[in-house]
Design a protein around this ligand. Structure first.
Ligand SMILES: Cc1cc2nc3c(=O)[nH]c(=O)nc-3n(C[C@H](O)[C@H](O)[C@H](O)COP(=O)(O)OP(=O)(O)OC[C@H]3O[C@@H](n4cnc5c(N)ncnc54)[C@H](O)[C@@H]3O)c2cc1C
Length: 512
């Protein structure tokens, strides 16, 4: 039996730390706590990365927008965390993303100067965070010819561009899964399909989503990391979520960089067009305040889709056809209610202790999950008087992490460079595990699971054997992201069913 699976069978009923929620914040807290030498149980009502953590832009930000709002401390923290992810803990899951801001005839002198100053300030953040220019190159100005070479879709109107750099994740749900596997490798117990129905400072009542049975768990500290649902479990947290929508395009021919496109008529609002390693392109995003109960899976609206199509089209030589949109997704930002609106002030993360002693960690972003977990566990440890080591996660590589040159060498001799891109130095383990679980040949395991879907059968099998996947949704919507394109999801379903039928989960000693 592994320490990462569905349901509450054999779960420990007394632990040092209980973490509720297995988004990036919750798995970060589980890893932080177990790395301090504490016993940890962490649960999610649904699955790893079921909530907001799979609906992001999949960027590791340097914090430029916070700097624009005068929040120097928050911006610096974001840039520092970006550097830690890219250089120490997750070089395998992150890479530098060139981001091009086109300048055309409609860009006035003042706006061009504003854009240049912004990109230069972003580079200062990198320098202040001590992130190497080998990891994130310095920005530079491009001629019209250079800009069109990197982004032929821009057409003749472009008269130059600014090229800046930020971090890009291989995938947000993959980051969550990798942090989870790292925590389990150190001894944490993680359970999906395990809802906290009631929590207090000394434990919780959990409900097993597989059997419906309830279980009392006692904990010396309880961390509530349930994102937009945090207020359902404790009284003193009030949220005002904001929805962000992205489009998924099959491809934009010739596009080698991300595009940052100013929204016409607005000074400091942009739409990003971001090519992914698999050939898809994500276009986002919107920012729409949401009232009422947070749905399990938010839906993009037609207005948001139209806005993104229109804004992107305004910058391209040929307008984007709505038929080019093969998918769309929406996520809810877990913003604390600030007076007035979804103001940037509320985008800082916060650690709040309830009257019964539950430590809630909320807000922030994917990029800063490690720091959020550190702050939450510092509070929980202090409050409960736990004997724990100091936080070590800034120097703790995630499963599969290795220096970039080693990953490049591994990819060059691997039968499946794709696996190195998604699992880093664990790529050989993925293939070994899939061979052992199924007895299939490497050709069968490394073949795409369906026409036009590059995911391999080995990845689906590994999702079951080593990543706690319990059903087709876990495999297609979170361990892989095939589900972002609904027609691909339908095509890949038979392979997911086959992976679930032919694989069993690995013993705990193999979970690394
Ligand atoms: C559209 C959008 C784009 C974004 N882009 C970026 C980006 O590019 N870069 C970046 O750094 N950040 C980005 N962010 C921010 C980032 O995605 C979030 O801050 C982060 O994912 C929040 O993670 P979380 O773990 O706190 O919440 P969640 O991921 O929502 O996790 C909460 C978990 O709690 C579980 N849960 C809820 N109730 C219970 C219960 N009672 N019992 C057990 N489990 C429960 C849920 O199932 C869920 O899995 C973006 C956010 C949005 C909305």
């Amino acid at each position: 039996m592994t320490g990462l699976r569905a349901g509450l069978a054999d779960v420990p009923t007394e632990v040092d730390v209980l973490v509720v929620g297995l988004g990036v914040t919750g798995v970060g807290c589980a890893l932080d706590a177990v790395a301090r030498g504490l016993s940890v149980l962490a649960v999610d009502a649904h699955d790893l990365a079921f909530g907001t953590s799979r609906w992001s832009s999949k960027l590791v930000h340097g914090g430029l927008r916070y700097l624009a709002n005068g929040q120097v401390g928050v911006a610096h923290e974001s840039a520092v965390e970006r550097g830690i992810l890219m250089e120490i803990t997750a070089p395998h899951l992150t890479h530098p993303l060139p981001m091009l801001v086109p300048l055309d005839r409609s860009t006035g002198r003042a706006q061009a100067a504003f854009l240049r100053a912004g990109i230069a300030a972003g580079d200062l953040l990198r320098v202040a965070a001590r992130t190497s220019s080998a990891t994130l190159p310095r920005p530079r100005r491009l001629s019209a010819t250079e800009a069109r070479h990197l982004a032929p879709v821009l057409g003749e109107g472009v008269r130059g561009a600014i090229l800046g750099w930020d971090g890009q994740l291989e995938d947000d749900a993959r980051l969550v899964t990798t942090v989870a596997r790292t925590a389990v490798g150190l001894g944490a117990e993680l359970r999906t399909r395990a809802r906290a129905v009631q929590i207090h400072g000394r434990g919780a009542v959990l409900r097993d989503g597989l059997t419906g049975a309830s279980l009392d768990v006692r904990a010396r500290a309880v961390v509530n990391a349930t994102g937009v649902w945090a207020g359902d479990l404790v009284d003193d947290v009030e949220l005002r979520p904001s929805r962000g929508t992205h489009l998924v395009l099959r491809a934009i021919p010739g596009l080698r960089v991300a595009l940052t496109l100013p929204v016409p008529g607005e000074r400091n609002r942009f739409v990003n067009v971001v090519p992914q390693q698999d050939g898809l392109v994500y276009v986002g995003l919107t920012d729409v305040p949401v009232d009422g109960e947070a749905p399990d899976v938010p839906e993009p609206t037609d207005e948001e889709i139209d806005f993104l199509v229109r804004t992107t089209s305004s910058a391209l030589a040929r307008p984007l056809e709505r038929s080019a949109v093969v998918g769309a997704y929406a996520g809810l930002r877990p913003l604390l209610r600030a007076d007035g609106s979804t103001s940037d002030l509320s985008r800082r993360h916060a650690v709040l202790t309830s009257s019964t002693g539950v430590v809630t960690v909320i807000g922030g972003k994917l990029t800063t999950y490690r720091r959020m977990a550190q702050d939450a566990l510092d509070t929980a440890v202090r409050r409960a008087g736990l004997a724990a080591r100091p936080c070590t996660t800034a120097r703790l590589p995630l499963s599969g992490a290795a220096p970039r040159h080693e990953l490049a060498a591994l990819a060059s001799r691997s039968p499946a460079p794709r696996l190195v891109r998604r699992y880093g130095a664990d790529a050989p383990l993925v293939l070994d595990a899939a061979r052992a679980a199924t007895g299939l040949t490497d050709d069968e395991l490394l073949a795409p699971v369906a026409d036009g879907v590059p995911t391999t059968f080995a990845e689906l099998v590994f999702g079951v054997t080593h990543e706690g996947a319990h059903d087709v949704g876990d495999l297609l919507d979170r361990r892989t992201r095939i589900g972002l394109v609904p027609v691909d999801r339908v095509a890949a379903e038979p392979a997911a069913r086959r992976a679930l039928a032919t694989s069993t989960s690995a013993p705990v000693s193999r979970i690394r």
